[in-house]
Write a protein of this length. Structure first.
Length: 116
């Protein structure tokens, strides 16, 4: 079972920044590409960004240029730096492997709310 713990969410105004973290096991980080996903109220969980074990990154168009995904395998930690936040970024953010396991196991996520 995948064990991942996300943190760093909060309530911010539009234009602000937040930095999310996700800690997992060495087994997960050493073998997998990792990514961030988000689920807004009433919507499905969507892909946000991913990073390979070699550091190659990929982003959904809506966050390209505003979000930065990084990883520190020595700390088994995944990060998401979110700048220029918009109200439409409001969601619960989760980390997990890329691609997802079948079935996937999710952590509790961290809530990000962008509101004036």
């Amino acid at each position: 079972q995948v064990q991942l713990v996300e943190s760093g969410g909060g309530v911010v105004q539009p234009g602000a920044s937040l930095s999310l973290s996700c800690i997992g096991s060495e087994e997960i980080f050493s073998r997998n590409n990792m990514g961030w996903y988000r689920q807004a109220p009433g919507r499905q969980r969507d892909f946000v960004a991913s990073i390979t074990s070699f550091g190659r990154t990929n982003y959904r168009d809506a966050v390209l240029g505003r979000f930065t995904i990084t990883r520190d395998d020595a700390k088994n930690t995944l990060y998401l730096q979110m700048d220029s936040l918009k109200p439409e970024d409001t969601a619960v953010y989760y980390c997990n492997t890329v691609p997802l396991a079948n079935p996937p196991s999710w952590g509790q996520g961290t809530q990000v709310t962008v509101s004036s």
